[in-house]
Write a protein that binds this ligand. Structure first.
Ligand SMILES: [Zn+2]
Length: 69
C-alpha cells in the first residue's frame, strides 16, 4: 500500500536524521572546542599539538598570514 510505503520512508528518514544528530552529539562532547572563526570542531591532533588552540589550522594560518603583513 502506498500509504504504508510513505510512512516507512518517513520513519526511515526520521531515524536517519536522529542517528546523524546522535553522532554529532557524540563528536561534540562537552569540552570539545570549536574553531572560533569557522565554528568547526578543532581536530584532536591539533589539540594535542597545541592544547590552547582556539582556531583550526586553516583559520590560524589565515590569521597569521594576515598579521604578518
Ligand atoms: Zn576554523
Amino acid at each position: 500500500m502506498p500509504d504504508d510505503m510513505d510512512r516507512a520512508t518517513a520513519l526511515t528518514e526520521a531515524h536517519h536524521q536522529e542517528s546523524l544528530a546522535a553522532v554529532t552529539r557524540r563528536l561534540r562532547q562537552p569540552g570539545t572546542p570549536d574553531c572560533e572563526i569557522c565554528g568547526e570542531p578543532i581536530p584532536a591532533r591539533r589539540r594535542q599539538e597545541m592544547p590552547s588552540a582556539r582556531r583550526c589550522r586553516p583559520c590560524q594560518e589565515a590569521m597569521e598570514t594576515r598579521r604578518a603583513r
